[in-house]
Design a protein around this ligand. Structure first.
Ligand SMILES: CC(C)(COP(=O)(O)OP(=O)(O)OC[C@H]1O[C@@H](n2cnc3c(N)ncnc32)[C@H](O)[C@@H]1OP(=O)(O)O)[C@@H](O)C(=O)NCCC(=O)NCCS
Length: 196
């Protein structure tokens, strides 16, 4: 069964399907992407296993980000549209004492699709989806101190620094989503179309 797809102005968020795995695996050979996402290189077989575990874990939600400019023909829900996949966005409810808190991660892996506002749109859409469907009240992001692009992205979305780890050289930022902020998020994503 295919999950929902969310169509925004610039991106379409589609469920992570097995057809996406080879390209995802290819991206994750890049030392820059491994470092900025704090990931370890995996074999293709391990990446398929990781895909399964992400899809089955009720505490995680992952979407593949499609760049609408790259979709060939019309978008078809359920079609992986590998030609247009440029990154991923995910949330992880990894604080078992607070399941209303989700860590959010974004990657726009294809350089040609960066700087077009895709990450901003994808994170906003993911947050609105998480507020509505998972009852999330606080979003958290952990970013390497040298990752200026990502730090600015989250700061621009209203996240504030709450702590710094000297050991991991990493900043933790949070965005509480209560009342006014929740309304603002829902207004910003009001035109998002849900498929089906
Ligand atoms: C960080 C990243 C997600 C940004 O994606 P993007 O689609 O290019 O970002 P957007 O075009 O949506 O930019 C949104 C805002 O982010 C900031 N930003 C993005 N790229 C930037 C850069 N290279 N330098 C400075 N600020 C940048 C800006 O504030 C920008 O807003 P503005 O254009 O109005 O000034 C992308 O570069 C990436 O995937 N990097 C590698 C993986 C990574 O670092 N992931 C984050 C770990 S959670």
């Amino acid at each position: 069964m295919v999950g929902v797809s969310l169509e925004g102005e610039k991106v379409i968020l589609v469920p992570y399907m097995k057809e996406h795995v080879p390209k995802y695996h290819q991206w994750m050979q890049d030392p820059f992407l491994l470092e900025t996402t704090a990931s370890e290189p995996l074999t293709l077989e391990q990446e398929y296993q990781m895909h399964l575990s992400w899809c089955q874990d009720p505490l995680k939600k992952t979407f593949i980000v499609l760049d609408k400019d790259l979709v060939e023909g019309t978008f078809v829900h359920g079609d992986p549209h590998v030609e247009a996949m440029v990154g991923d966005v995910n949330i992880y409810m990894n604080d078992l004492d607070n399941l209303e808190l989700a860590e959010v991660e974004i990657m726009i892996a294809e350089p040609k699709s960066r700087g077009k506002g895709l990450a901003k749109d994808a994170v906003l859409m993911m947050m609105a989806y998480a507020v509505e469907n998972f009852g999330i009240h606080v979003f958290r992001a952990k970013i390497g101190e040298s990752n200026g692009a990502s730090l600015r992205l989250f700061q621009k979305l209203g996240f504030e620094d709450i702590s710094y780890s000297e050991i991991f050289k990493e900043v933790t930022l949070e965005l509480p989503v209560e009342n006014a902020k929740r309304e603002e998020l829902l207004v910003l994503t009001a035109n998002v179309v849900r498929h089906p």
